[in-house]
Design a protein around this ligand. Structure first.
Ligand code: LMR
Length: 342
């Protein structure tokens, strides 16, 4: 896998490699009190989010069904690895499962995944699922072995909302704002189309950057906004529902092939059930977070009327054309066709 190293990351890489060398490998532990296999699942969000809850459920299912023979360690909140190094850790075998947002695959040489970031593409989560569960979604996962990865499935967080220290209801409201974005060229182009300046930051750095005024605003589903306490640093949240945030669970191809077929089936089955669970609760998690946010009273919450939403949609329309080449014309054609059929 070819992942550009961060500057000054040599010692980090060495450290990751050392950790990988000491990692539990399938079947190598002889101890009876310890699991034979321990899967390490690293992610960057809080436990009370769709991803956090899905990872915890996966742990319970795997450990129960294997009678404790297969253990799962979940490392939430970027405790172990953040956006910059979790893929590298996966490559080196320092972790076994990660679930980055689909927006974060472009940086590892899979820009076609950024099609999910196109603004105002999906009307609702059912429309998203028709892509993720359909031939196009499967074809995208089949691109992962190109990078030594195996894609085990998709799941939702939900639709993103815009936050800042002012309402963001019309394109003009964004002008001049520095907006934190994930490492996706499509999202960066969306912010530019609105007159804002995109600033790519790791998820774990976002709250502090907002509090310190390094950036003025950001976008995320409410469950992430709330569980990272971004409301303490933002006076206004505008319910724009302008884009989708979802994930793919990926593992290292070498690790996956090394497992016994029966273990692979058990792990995969538990994972699919956990992802279905995440999809069931994603909406509720975001609704509950919105309710908690209203109660906290720190942040004004704005709904958009249809005219405002339409003007935002018009303003970001050129992004489709501008980014078609990056995503790839063939993928764009498949996407249009899948959306028409939906
Ligand atoms: C973000 O970086 O904003 C999100 O991808 C975080 C996540 O994993 O939900």
């Amino acid at each position: 896998m070819n992942i550009p190293a961060r500057s000054g990351s040599v010692s980090r890489r060495t450290w990751l490699a050392a950790l990988a060398g000491s990692a539990a490998l399938p079947g190598v532990s002889g101890a009876t009190t310890r699991p034979d296999i321990t899967l390490r699942f690293s992610h960057v969000v809080a436990e009370e989010t769709p991803k956090g809850l899905a990872a915890n459920r996966f742990k319970v299912l795997v450990e129960q069904r294997s009678g404790g023979r297969i253990g799962v360690q979940v490392f939430p909140n970027g405790q172990l690895y953040g956006d910059h190094d979790e893929m590298q850790a996966l490559e080196l075998g320092a972790v076994d499962l990660v679930a980055p947002s689909l927006s974060k695959f472009g940086r590892i040489g899979l820009p076609e995944f950024e099609l999910f970031d196109l603004p105002f593409l999906f009307d609702d989560l059912n429309a998203v699922r028709r892509i993720t569960q359909g031939p196009l979604g499967q074809k995208l996962l089949q691109a992962l072995p190109r990078q030594g990865l195996v894609g085990l499935g998709y799941f939702d967080n939900g639709f993103k909302q815009m936050s800042a220290n002012r309402p963001l209801l019309e394109p003009g409201d964004f002008v001049g704002l520095r907006m934190r974005v994930q490492a996706s060229r499509v999202i960066a182009a969306q912010m530019r189309a609105l007159g804002a300046q995109p600033v790519t930051l790791a998820f774990s750095e976002t709250r502090l950057a907002l509090a310190a005024g390094v950036v003025d605003g950001t976008e995320n589903p409410v469950s992430n906004f709330w569980t990272q306490a971004m409301h303490e640093a933002q006076t206004d949240l505008s319910l724009t529902n302008h884009g989708y945030l979802g994930y793919a669970v990926v593992t290292n191809e070498r690790f996956w092939q090394h497992l016994q077929p029966a273990d692979r089936t058990l792990i995969n089955q538990a994972l699919q059930e956990s992802l279905a669970f995440a999809n069931q609760i994603a909406d509720t998690q975001n609704d509950q977070a919105l309710q908690a946010l209203r109660q906290a009273g720190t942040t004004r919450i704005h709904s958009l009327n249809s005219g405002q939403r339409e003007r935002l949609r018009q303003a970001v329309q050129p992004v489709q054309q501008q980014l078609a080449r990056r995503i790839g014309p063939r993928w764009m054609k498949d996407l249009q066709q899948a959306l028409r059929q939906a």
